[in-house]
Write a protein that binds this ligand. Sequence first.
Ligand SMILES: CC(C)(COP(=O)(O)OP(=O)(O)OC[C@H]1O[C@@H](n2cnc3c(N)ncnc32)[C@H](O)[C@@H]1OP(=O)(O)O)[C@@H](O)C(=O)NCCC(=O)NCCS
Length: 172
Amino acid sequence: MTTLFSSQRLFFREFTEEDAPLVYALNKDPETLRYLHELPTTDETVALEVITNRIIPQYQQYGYGRWAVLLKENNAFIGWCGLKYRPERNETDLGYRFLRSCWGKGYASEAAAACLRYGFEHYPLSIITARAHVENLASLRVIEKCGMQFSCLEEVDGCPVKTYQLRHPGLA
Ligand SMILES: CC(C)(COP(=O)(O)OP(=O)(O)OC[C@H]1O[C@@H](n2cnc3c(N)ncnc32)[C@H](O)[C@@H]1OP(=O)(O)O)[C@@H](O)C(=O)NCCC(=O)NCCS
C-alpha cells in the first residue's frame, strides 16, 4: 500500500480491509477507549465493519480520513491519526488512537502535527477542530502542542470535552 506522507519517524497510509486485525488490536483494549464513547470491540468482524463502513467512505467522499500510522524503522503499525469530516457539524476534526505499548514516545504529537500540515496543504480546509475529554490529559497535551487554540467547553454524548481549533496557517 502506498505511503501518503511521512514525518521524521512515521509514515502514513490509507487503511484497507486487510487491516482488520490491526484495528481490532487497538479497539479491544479498554484502557485505550477509556475517555471515548465506545465499548471494546469483541472480534475482528466488527473491526472490519469500522474500516468498510466508517473509514474507507471518508477517503472516497472527502479525500482524507483516519490514516494508518507505521514506524519507518520496522514498518510496524502503531495506531491511527488523521482527519474526519463530520457532516452533522460541518467540520473536519483531528483524531488519533495508538496502541498502548507505543504511548509516551511522542508518536501522537508527531503524527498529529504531520496530519494537520498534510490536511491544510492538500485539501481546501480553513479550520480543523479537535476535541478531548477534560480528563484525557495526554490527548489535551497533544492538541495544545500542535498549536491548536482552545475554543470552548461543551458536552458531547454526555461527556465534558474541551474543543480546540486551528486555522489554516495562511489565514491565521
Ligand atoms: C492520547 C494518546 C494518543 C497520546 O499518545 P502518545 O503517543 O503517548 O502521546 P505523546 O507521547 O506524543 O505525548 C503526550 C503528551 O502528553 C503528556 N502526557 C501523557 N500522559 C499524561 C498525563 N496523564 N497527564 C498529563 N500529561 C500527560 C506527555 O508527557 C506528552 O507531553 P510532553 O511532550 O510535553 O511531555 C494515547 O494515549 C492514546 O492513544 N490514547 C487512547 C486514545 C485516545 O484517547 N485518543 C484521543 C481521543 S481525544
